[in-house]
Design a protein. Structure first.
Length: 201
């Protein structure tokens, strides 16, 4: 019995992206977007903080990070460029040094020029600021964690946590949208995305 011939292969058609969506980037662009990553464990003194770091860190920021590191550990590598200069993780490096760490995981960014490394450091810090907070959900999480795991290492003072959870309790009791009290030490004006109430943190 003769095997029937295979049907002719259909000619591939290029798919047109849906309206509002961009076509997939060429392979060479994707390699740039998701570059190969190598992670290594090095002596903490073999890398150095970034000179002219655009991000400043006061003592409270370092102390709060130290609490977080004690509780959770360091789960992501520091980003290090040419000359062993830290592009991302300068505060972490300082906190780890304070904790007595001798080794640290790093990921190399040596493919970036000195100019691009500075741009990356600035961009990375700025990207975090462009996202907001769902403060009602933050209050719910704080209330849960206060009862179950404690607030150590979360970056909130006791007064800050009480202001958020207290507002949640009052809103639940009144069945009204959450309103956050303006307490002492709150500096940044923010707006709740759900109830549109403005308050300081």
């Amino acid at each position: 019995m003769k095997t029937p011939p295979f049907p002719p292969a259909k000619k591939a058609h290029r798919k047109t992206p849906a309206p509002g969506l961009k076509a997939a980037a060429p392979t060479e662009d994707l390699r740039r977007i998701v570059p190969p990553m190598s992670i290594s464990l090095v002596d903490i003194d073999s890398i150095r903080p970034m000179s002219r770091n655009p991000r400043s860190h006061d003592e409270r920021a370092v102390q709060e990070l130290m609490k977080a590191l004690r509780r959770f550990g360091k789960r992501t590598p520091l980003k290090v460029g040419r000359g062993r200069e830290i592009a991302k993780g300068n505060r972490t490096w300082r906190a780890l040094k304070e904790l007595g760490a001798r080794k640290v995981w790093i990921s190399s960014c040596e493919d970036l020029s000195a100019t691009e490394l500075r741009a990356y450091a600035l961009s990375d810090n700025r990207q975090f600021e462009l996202s907001g907070w769902d403060f009602p959900q933050v209050a719910i999480d704080l209330r849960f964690l206060a009862a179950e795991g404690g607030l150590e290492g979360l970056g909130y003072t006791e007064d800050e946590a009480k202001a958020l959870t207290g507002a949640l309790e009052r809103s639940l009791a009144k069945e009204q949208p959450i309103e956050i009290d303006e307490g002492e030490g709150y500096k940044q004006l923010v707006t709740c995305p759900k109830c549109k109430h403005e308050f300081k943190i």
